[in-house]
Design a protein. Sequence first.
Length: 283
Amino acid sequence: MSDRPSPSAASGERVQLKEVFKTFGVGTANETHALDGVALEFAAGSFTVVIGTNGSGKSTLLSAIAGTFRADQGTIAIGATDVTSWVEHRRARFIGRVFQDPFAGTAPTLTVAENLALAESRGLARTLRPLLRRAQRDSWRERLVAIGLGLEDRLDDPIGLLSGGQRQSITLLMATMCAPAVLLLDEHTAALDPKSAEQVIELTQRAVDRYRPTTIMVTHAMSQAAMLGDRLIAMHSGRIYLDVSAQAKQGLQASDLHALFSQMRREDRLDEATTAMLRAQYS
């Protein structure tokens, strides 16, 4: 039986993490508790924005869900399926992911059409030639027209020749074209200029509205965090620092989130000072 999502997955699936721990650099001076007993549930079809200071665990959270590594402890489920022991490529049949780097997630030497063919066949036995039929090309052209960047005329260009904004737009299309149950967006506009970032955010909202995946988006842009989604989570030191949803989320302004960031940074500095004091005292 195939692990590929059924068409009903277009409405998203619940994602549940129970007491998930992940520590990097165990036993070294750089030991980091990236996830420290995280327990979260994301409702099917919800759109959650995750913020936090550097090293707070937000990107590690996405990687844990995607299966980039195995959690040290805890369980992860998508819908009714426990995927804790699943490797990343198996989970990819249910998950679309877009990274910060516009050059990640695609094959730069392959054409736009070839990249789209591979994305469309995710989770299936595949070779490129049968996937590049005229009907598929016409379908991809229509999807690219909707992006509005003139990319419909560049199907046969190597994707590595495109600008960062153009490539990230196609990467987002690739991540959603099979209607994934879960969409993970890891600071996917951070490397773009303001105009390209705005275009990609608009495309993101359109994709979320169309396919209704369970979306989890990490961002450092407080304007995006305030504007997008129906829930906001702030992470700090591998834990959930703040969890706001529904009407409370709608009332948040970017200025509120900047103040929250300042507060978390102050706590970081206090933690560092306390650690240094203890090291000096007991060394």
